[in-house]
Design a protein around this ligand. Structure first.
Ligand SMILES: [Zn+2]
Length: 277
C-alpha cells in the first residue's frame, strides 16, 4: 500500500537529530512526501532533501503568511520567533528544479494577528505577499499550496479573482462542507490531516463524506497535529496512514482504496509522473 503525505515539514529543525531515520521510516512504509517551505531557509532545506533522495521526496517553496511580519508565536507544540520576510522572486526562482512541485505554503492567517500591531495593515501585507506567490505559481507552473486560518472568505475571494482554473490545494482544511464546496468549485483539492482524527464537532467528517475521493489529499503537517495513537508526540510522514484509515472509516471504503486514490491524486495535482521517480 502506497501513501502520499502531500504536506509535511521534515525540513524543520524538529527533525534535525533524526531526519534521515524519519525519511527512512516513511520510505520503508511506502510513504512519499512533499516537504513544504515556510520562508527562504525552510524552502531551501526542503529542496536540499529532494537532492539527497532519488525517489519519493519532493519540495514546495514559499512564504507562510505568519512570516510576512515580525512577532513571537506560541504554537501548540512549539515556540518560535517569526522573522519578517518579503517574497523575493529571484531567490525563489533560483531554487526551482523538477522536484520542486509546489508553491507554498502561502495564504492568509488571521488567527495569530499580533495585538500590538495594526491588524488591517497586516492583512493587506499578507494579501500582497499571497498574490505575488500566485503570480509566481502561474508563471512557473507550480501547484499552489494554500494555508488559511480564520480567513476563508478572503482566500476564496483572491483565488476566484486571481487563480480560477489553476491547480491548487487548500491544506489542513478545518472549516465546514459549505466552504469546502467553494474550494472544489474553484478547482481545488481539499487536504486533511490529523485534525480529522480528533475533530469532535463532526464537521470534518461531513466534509469527507461529501467530497469526492478524487478531490481529497492526505497529509500530516508534521511535526504538528499528531493523530492517535501517537497524539502528544511529534508527528511524522509515516503516520499519514492514520488519516487514510479515518477517511476510509467515514467513507466506508478500504484503507487500500483511499491510500491508492489519494496517492494518485497527489501525483496528478503536483504533476508527478510516479514511474519517473
Ligand atoms: Zn504546514
Amino acid at each position: 500500500m502506497k501513501f502520499f503525505d502531500t504536506h509535511t515539514h521534515v525540513n524543520f529543525t524538529a527533525f534535525k537529530d533524526d531526519q534521515e531515520a524519519t525519511i527512512k521510516r516513511a520510505l520503508d512504509s511506502e510513504t512519499w512526501m512533499i516537504n513544504v517551505g515556510t520562508q527562504t531557509d525552510t524552502s531551501k532545506s526542503a529542496v536540499e532533501l529532494t537532492q539527497k533522495y532519488p525517489e519519493g521526496i519532493f519540495a514546495a517553496i514559499g512564504l507562510h503568511p505568519v512570516h510576512t511580519y515580525q512577532q513571537m508565536l506560541d504554537e501548540e507544540e512549539s515556540h518560535f520567533e517569526s522573522r519578517a520576510e518579503k517574497f523575493d522572486e529571484k531567490i525563489y526562482e533560483n531554487m526551482l528544479t523538477e522536484k520542486v512541485v509546489g508553491m507554498g505554503e502561502c495564504g492568509l492567517d488571521y488567527f495569530r494577528l499580533p495585538a500590538d500591531q495594526d491588524a488591517e495593515k497586516i492583512k493587506e501585507l499578507q494579501k500582497a505577499e499571497f498574490i505575488k506567490q500566485i503570480i509566481f505559481a502561474k508563471k512557473h507552473k507550480l501547484t499552489l499550496i494554500v494555508h488559511c486560518r480564520d480567513a476563508y472568505d478572503n482566500v476564496l475571494e483572491i483565488l476566484q479573482k486571481e487563480y480560477a482554473g489553476f491547480p491548487g490545494v487548500i491544506h489542513s482544511f478545518t472549516d465546514n462542507w459549505e466552504t469546502a464546496k467553494k474550494f472544489l468549485d474553484v478547482g481545488f483539492y481539499v487536504a486533511l490531516n490529523g485534525i480529522l482524527t480528533f475533530d469532535k464537532s463532526g464537521r470534518l467528517a461531513q466534509v469527507v463524506e461529501n467530497t469526492p475521493l478524487d478531490r481529497l489529499l492526505i497529509e500530516t503537517d508534521a511535526p504538528y497535529l499528531t493523530p492517535p495513537p501517537y497524539r502528544g508526540k511529534r508527528n511524522e510522514p509515516a503516520y499519514v496512514k492514520y488519516v487514510a484509515m479515518k477517511i476510509a472509516e467515514i467513507k466506508k471504503l478500504d484503507t487500500e482504496e483511499v491510500a491508492s486514490k489519494t496517492f494518485e491524486n497527489g501525483c496528478e495535482l503536483f504533476r508527478i509522473n510516479p514511474s519517473q521517480f
